[in-house]
Write a protein that binds this ligand. Structure first.
Ligand code: ZN
Length: 1018
């Protein structure tokens, strides 16, 4: 008995006092050809600002909003990777990574470099942020990606191979071909496509495709593109952050809740649900990817890796499927090796809806002021880098780098989208403003340096970032006799421009002369009350004090500016030779005043009704276009979701989602006059549509388009209703449901109302579901004419009725739309004495052309909108015209200009002295009969004073030689594609002696150039 008892105690004791057993998990699994391979891809999705600012996310402050600290992610990752050489991780956002990297010791940096070299840590996507794809301009997308890619190249000598746009809300054609294939990416993965599209693609195993985003570049710029089956998170039940509630893998028999077999079964079931060889399959080949992570995960990386180690070990022991640590590169190679053919995808994945009432088309317009700020600074950054190059980069500063950094972050899919919290939006605006300030210094000192031919220039040039609200202290000066205002006007485009510029002045008695002393035709206009109110409030909000002075006038005059250069004009007080604008008022009458009012001093006339002041017609005597044309304003009332009953999920209109409840035309108030101001350069039509919508329409003598300047806001909400304000322009064009919108300001895509080419659309939201993002413009056509509208920022738009184009200009909503931002999109602006809803000022441009003639205007004028003339001012004494040694300048050969179909989209001296240039062909194949042809750029004439000693063509992000990129390119097989019939044209290699760059339609070519001597223009 005693012995037996002793034995029992011994046995139990053996079980309880366990022997120490160091468990080694076998995590070395590689791909197994005849099994289903589950690629576990550990990742963290780190938004560079959303609910918290980018810095708050990085350091982990403000955790009451969201417990997120990117520093923790990167800190905890390194030891976790070192603990097992089979573990892998991908990292995406370089804005965060560089914050961390610069704080690491040389020893830690060495370790991290080894992890990168060993393939354990891989940079993918690799831009400063994961940019949005709807509200972004392609030049910004290129710039922010270049920033990240060159940083990775410099620090690690690697080039990212994979596009990873897992969170943006829909996906653009430009992303696929330009920011994918042209970067040399092997593949591109994303999470958000329309729920109807996704369902069909799952059923047809068509989530993964070969995407040809460009009609012009065709198969030469295609990419393997994979939409995830659900989202970018792990399968349900496989979340392993330290506080997640998924069951961890408990494999210690000596402890309770041992669950290895259960977890293995869960894993196998989840894998088979995606697999190819059972009924419910959704993916081709025997490879599936599991995105093991989500927003701000891996703050304690060991819990993830500990559980994945165990899963790989036990699942592979089980043997039904093969689990492995992987990356999207390894996954892509496996898909490629399968020699499978993939469905061919063209056009894009817009708009995105995640359920029947939730079209994410509101964010195309959300926060229109931030969208405009980003666009203005984008063009400004381009110009600033040119001038920085002409003067020579100064390592002691100032530089354009901080603006590049701020703009890089601003392309993030929660910034320019308008889907961030208000305090975060403020933080981005602050960063942009700081970047602007430094770039302003670069521009002013460079212009002064060139104008004075000297680095010792005492010339001070000032600029006016608040010109849009009629606020410009440097031009609002009293010009007593002997004083003059010199205006330097810089043109960042590669062709000569002739335009009207407008500046606020304090006296109407001024004359304008060019740099030869010749008086220039000018026009004086009043600054109207609506603009004065905007100036008063917003100048106070921006500079912290109420603006002084007035009354104010606009002085408009015609300027001619050489390519990549400047002209100077002088404003002095004097007796005007030019006419002041003639003011006419037209009141709504009782219907007796039937005469039409024609407006416009040149070929183009807009016709207004004499009885109600409404726009009725459009006549251009030059190209014999005559059309009826009307304009109206309406608003949608944002649905608040309260009428939705189960099972329909309540859905409000908000920062992301556009869900109109109803539409209301905005009725003009009674007896509001339209005022016409006629002048020698242009006519203006002023209309006060309501107390909160003011509009000025301009028709220029020498331009064949009309310009609409709108001031919208504060949108009234005292009725408790959120509103989304649109304007519609209506013609008799029979566009048969068809219209065209641009992809990120580049290619135009055909859109058909209530239709998708990839699936049979079930229409649940006839307005919101037909909205598309617009960055350059929208147009429609019939057999005779085409009608185009160009925009000054990203907006949403559509053609809801035949003959009509609609643009959403502003939104103010009172309910959050339940997509995470947790704030209503109700922007207000405060000064010490008051807070008001945001007012937005902006411009639209429209034109009607004979069929086939519109592209020329959309492309060349579109480039002028992106790169407006840049004005700088200096008040001077003395009798000479200007005190400038060089009153006019061009950075290129004076006899040269770029071809009409080419833009120089980058000219930048890099920190290492190399010069980065990008040339972009502006036309698609077949878009214009004269300009959709190959173009040639003569670099010797572009850089007349320098000798090119080396020129290297690179990938779009300038991180590898183009030829190396082409050698590595994977050639994917698309179903039904006939390679022979697709002859794609591209420019040939650049001869180092002739130095001529050829560009085929829609081609962008990137070069790094070394010049023989220290950079100096002069
Ligand atoms: Zn995100």
């Amino acid at each position: 008995m005693a012995n037996k008892l002793m034995l029992l105690i011994f046995v139990v004791g053996f079980a309880l006092c366990v022997e120490s057993k160091y468990m080694v998990y076998n995590t070395s699994a590689k791909i197994v050809p005849d099994k289903l391979n589950v690629h576990l891809v550990p990742h963290s999705h780190d938004d560079v600002g959303w609910l918290k600012t980018v810095d708050q996310y990085y350091v982990g402050s403000n955790n009451s909003i969201q417990g997120a600290c990117v520093q923790n992610v990167l800190d905890s990752l390194i030891p976790a990777l070192l603990a097992d050489e089979n573990r892998k991780f991908i990292y995406v956002e370089q804005a965060f990574f560089q914050r961390w990297w610069r704080d690491q010791s040389p020893a830690m940096q060495k370790i991290v470099r080894q992890l990168v070299d060993g393939g354990q840590l891989e940079f993918i996507n690799g831009g400063w942020c994961m940019h949005d794809e709807a509200a972004t301009h392609y030049i910004d997308m290129i710039d922010q990606t270049t920033l990240g890619h060159r940083y990775i190249k410099e620090q690690f000598n690697v080039t990212p191979r994979i596009g990873w746009q897992i969170d943006p809300f829909g996906h653009s054609a430009v992303q696929a071909y330009l920011l994918g294939a042209e970067l040399g990416f092997d593949s591109f993965f994303f999470g958000r496509i329309d729920y109807q599209d996704r369902a069909k693609r799952k059923a047809e195993k068509a989530l993964e495709v070969v995407w040809q985003g460009s009609k012009s570049l065709g198969s030469s710029a295609q990419i393997f593109a994979g939409a995830f089956p659900e989202n970018y998170e792990p399968p349900s039940g496989f979340y392993f952050e330290v506080n997640d509630d998924s069951d961890i893998v408990q494999d210690d028999m000596n402890l309770f809740d041992y669950n290895v077999q259960d977890r293995v079964n869960d894993f196998v079931a989840a894998a088979f649900s995606q697999a190819s060889h059972i009924l419910a399959n959704i993916t081709r080949t025997n490879h599936v990817m599991w995105t093991m992570g989500t927003d701000f995960k891996y703050q304690y990386a060991r819990t993830w890796f500990r559980n994945m180690d165990k899963l790989i070990h036990y699942v592979n022991e089980d043997g039904r499927v093969n689990a492995l640590y992987s990356t999207p590169s390894i996954y892509t190679e496996a898909k490629y090796a399968s020699k499978e053919s993939w469905p061919l995808k063209t056009d894009d994945y817009f708009p995105y809806a995640d359920c029947i009432n939730a079209y994410w088309t509101g964010y195309f317009t959300s926060r229109p002021a931030i969208k405009r700020y980003v666009r203005i600074l984008s063009g400004y950054y381009l110009a600033a880098r040119q001038l920085e190059f002409f003067k020579g980069r100064n390592e002691a500063g100032p530089s354009t780098d901080s603006l590049g950094d701020a703009l890089g972050i601003a392309q993030h899919h929660d910034v320019v989208t308008g889907t961030e919290q208000q305090h975060v939006a403020n933080d981005y605006a602050k960063r942009l403003s700081i970047g602007y300030k430094e770039a302003e210094d670069v521009i002013s000192t460079s212009l002064a340096y060139i104008a004075q031919s000297s680095s010792e220039s005492g010339l001070k040039l000032q600029q006016c970032p608040l010109l849009n609200i009629s606020y410009c202290p440097p031009s609002e000066v009293n010009l007593s006799p002997g004083k003059k205002l010199v205006v330097v006007i810089y043109n960042s485009l590669g062709w000569k421009r002739s335009e009207i510029v407008k500046i606020p002045v304090v006296s109407a008695n001024v004359i304008v002369q060019d740099s030869t002393g010749k008086e220039i035709e000018s026009q004086i206009l009043p600054v109207v009350d609506a603009a004065m109110a905007l100036r008063e409030f917003y100048a106070t909000a921006n500079v912290g004090k109420s603006p002084v002075g007035g009354p104010l006038y606009w002085l408009a005059f015609k300027v001619v500016v050489p390519p990549l250069g400047f002209s100077t004009y002088t404003v002095t007080s004097g007796k005007r030779a030019a006419t002041t604008s003639v003011r006419e008022k037209f009141y709504r009458s009782d219907g007796n005043q039937n005469d039409a009012i024609e407006v416009g001093p040149g070929n183009l006339k807009l016709v207004y009704s004499g009885s109600d002041g409404k726009l009725t017609g459009y006549i251009n005597g030059k190209n014999m276009v005559k059309s009826s044309l009307e304009q109206s304003y309406s608003y949608y009332v944002g649905d608040d979701g309260t009428k939705d009953v189960a099972p329909v999920v309540p859905q409000a209109s908000g920062a992301y989602v556009f869900r109109p409840n109803s539409t209301f035309p905005i009725q003009s108030q009674e007896k509001i006059p339209i005022t016409v101001l006629r002048g020698p350069l242009f006519d203006e039509v002023h209309q006060s549509v309501t107390s909160w919508i003011y509009q000025i329409t301009r028709v220029y003598k020498e331009k064949q388009h009309a310009e609409v300047e709108f001031i919208v806001g504060p949108i009234p909400i005292n009725d408790g209703l959120g509103k989304e304000v649109v304007t519609q322009l209506t013609t008799t064009i029979k566009n048969n449901k068809t219209f065209y919108t641009d992809s990120n300001g580049r290619d135009f895509l055909e859109r058909i109302r209530d239709y998708r080419s990839d699936w049979n659309l079930q229409v649940n939201q006839p307005m919101a579901g037909n909205y598309y993002p617009i960055n350059l413009g929208i147009y429609m056509k019939d057999k005779d004419t085409e009608f185009s509208i160009l925009v000054d920022r990203s907006v949403g738009g559509s053609s809801i009725f035949d003959g009509q184009l609609e643009l959403m200009l502003h939104r103010r909503l009172l309910v959050d739309d339940s997509r995470g931002v947790a704030e209503a999109l109700n922007e207000t602006v405060c000064i010490p004495s008051a807070c008001k809803g945001l007012t937005v000022q902006g411009k639209l441009y429209f034109r009607i052309d004979p069929l086939g003639e519109g592209a020329k205007w959309r492309r060349s004028f579109g480039q002028e909108i992106y790169s407006p003339l840049l004005l700088a001012f200096s008040e001077q004494d003395g009798d000479e015209m200007t005190n400038f040694k060089v009153p006019t300048f061009t950075g290129i050969d004076p006899s040269y200009s770029l071809p009409d179909n080419v833009a120089l989209i980058t000219l930048q001296e890099l920190a290492n002295g190399e010069v980065l240039i990008r040339l972009a062909h502006l036309y698609e194949v077949g878009e214009d009969k004269d300009l959709s042809v190959p173009a040639r750029v003569e670099l010797k004439k572009l850089f007349p004073n320098k000798q090119i000693i080396q020129i290297t063509e690179t990938s779009l992000s300038a991180n590898q030689k183009r030829e190396d990129m082409e050698k590595k390119r994977l050639v994917w097989s698309a179903e039904g594609s006939t390679h022979k019939s697709q002859r794609v044209s591209r420019g040939g290699p650049v001869d180092p002696i002739k130095l001529v760059v050829e560009l085929a339609p829609m081609e962008i070519r990137t070069f790094l150039i070394n010049f023989s001597k220290k950079l100096s223009t002069l």
